[in-house]
Design a protein around this ligand. Structure first.
Ligand code: CTP
Length: 380
């Protein structure tokens, strides 16, 4: 491992990515591990940094452009028939698995093209190499990863670079939350070490358990894709791994959003860092909480909020956020800190807390509010 001094591991805070980060760190590499949630354990050689790939803001990675290795291990997916995926899941899945990977790879492309050694691996999936009923969108996103790696590797070769991207395409893995059950790093450690060895050898495709299992799987797929696909459908039906609930975290917040201002934008940006899919409810005229006349009509307020890149879905909201929970069972409820301790939010804490909803209060942006703006306009 002495060819690598520093490494960035995206998705390095859980699952196989975490095992890779730990294997590197144990070998003396200084690792920066990016992920949605930071593990409670610490490691002398690992610095954990929060990163939500769905925000589209990859600036935290800029400090890594000088690293010797990049490993992309972030992924989202759920075993279910295609019709049962939500629209939000689809967006989040393609963004995390394919689009964010392409954009991160693009950021590091100058490093890959240098004559200087650079090592790169991505965790794809066997689903990207074969038809994958019940895993259709996931498989399609991983097929994009496979195709991108294959073509970029050829470009690297044609441009005289010694560097290559290793596409690791495993099937189901024991010991990761992604495949059900808890993360058990000791179960993925040997695989993590093998991935790193192959990455250092500049291999381009690694299918774990190829000899025992996947040589035959691939042969059956190529011989008769339809027959293979139908068998795979039956196998997954029996597997008991069909996910009933989207795995992604849904966040909700509501507001009036009259005379859209920087306080609103700060709130939406912070909220989206926390969740995979952000639903924003806009209060119609006559809402019981404030009941102040707005300057901007509801339709226009909704159009403005819905155009903000952090917002995945905008809806007309009911008066109460707990009533909205019945329509959109969310994981997080966000609000500015001016609501902390109010009778309304104390009640939400009591009622929604036991349902597993976390209420997050973000700092209120001082110096601006719709009321202040309305007053300034009225004075004119
Ligand atoms: N918010 C904030 N910082 C501000 C203003 C609002 O964080 N300066 C947050 C509120 O806490 C709320 C959300 O933005 O969670 C939507 O609030 P909204 O009612 O639209 O905003 P205000 O500007 O506070 O409206 P008003 O002055 O009419 O009360």
């Amino acid at each position: 491992m002495n060819r690598i001094r520093t490494a960035a591991v995206i998705g390095g805070t859980s699952g196989l990515g975490r095992s890779i980060a730990e294997a590197l760190a144990d070998a003396g590499v200084r690792v920066t591990a990016f992920g949605r949630s930071i593990p409670e354990t610490s490691h002398a050689n690992i610095e954990y940094q929060p990163l939500n790939l769905l925000c589209g803001d990859f600036s935290p990675l800029e400090a890594q452009l000088d690293a010797d290795a990049l490993i992309y291990a972030a992924g989202l997916g759920r075993i279910a028939p295609f019709d049962q995926l939500t629209d939000g899941e689809l967006t989040a899945l393609f963004r995390t698995n394919a689009e964010a990977f392409a954009r991160v790879l693009h950021m590091f492309q100058p490093r890959l093209l240098e004559k200087r050694d650079f090592y790169c691996a991505v965790i794809g999936s066997i689903a990207g190499l074969i038809s994958s009923p019940m895993f259709a969108a996931y498989g399609a996103s991983k097929a994009a990863v496979r195709s991108l790696c294959e073509s970029v590797n050829i470009e690297l070769e044609a441009q005289g670079s010694p560097n290559r991207i290793l596409n690791v395409s495993p099937g189901a893995l024991q010991g990761t939350r992604f495949y059900g059950g808890p993360d058990e790093p000791e179960k993925t450690r040997a695989l993590a070490e093998e991935i790193l060895r192959r990455m250092l050898d500049r291999e381009q495709l690694f299918i774990p358990r190829y000899e025992e299992t996947y040589r035959d799987v691939l042969a059956r797929y190529h011989a008769n894709p339809e027959k293979f696909g139908l068998e795979s459908w039956d196998y997954k039906q029996r597997s008991g791994r069909i996910g009933e609930k989207p795995r992604m975290k849904v966040g909700f917040l509501s507001g009036t959003f009259d005379l859209f201002h920087i306080g609103h934008l700060n709130l939406l940006r912070r909220a989206k860092r926390y969740c995979d899919y952000l639903i924003v409810g806009v209060h119609p005229p006559g809402s019981s909480h404030k009941n102040k006349p707005t300057f901007i009509p509801l339709e226009e307020r909704m159009e403005i909020v819905g155009s903000i890149k952090y917002v995945d879905k905008v809806v007309v909201t009911l008066d109460e956020d707990d009533a909205m929970y019945e329509l959109y069972p969310y994981d997080y409820l966000f609000v500015g800190s001016d609501y902390k301790g109010t009778e309304r939010f104390n009640r939400y804490e009591r009622e929604l807390g036991p349902k597993g909803v976390e209420i997050i209060y973000f700092p209120y942006t001082q110096g601006t509010s719709s009321t202040q703006l309305r007053e300034a306009l009225s004075r004119k």
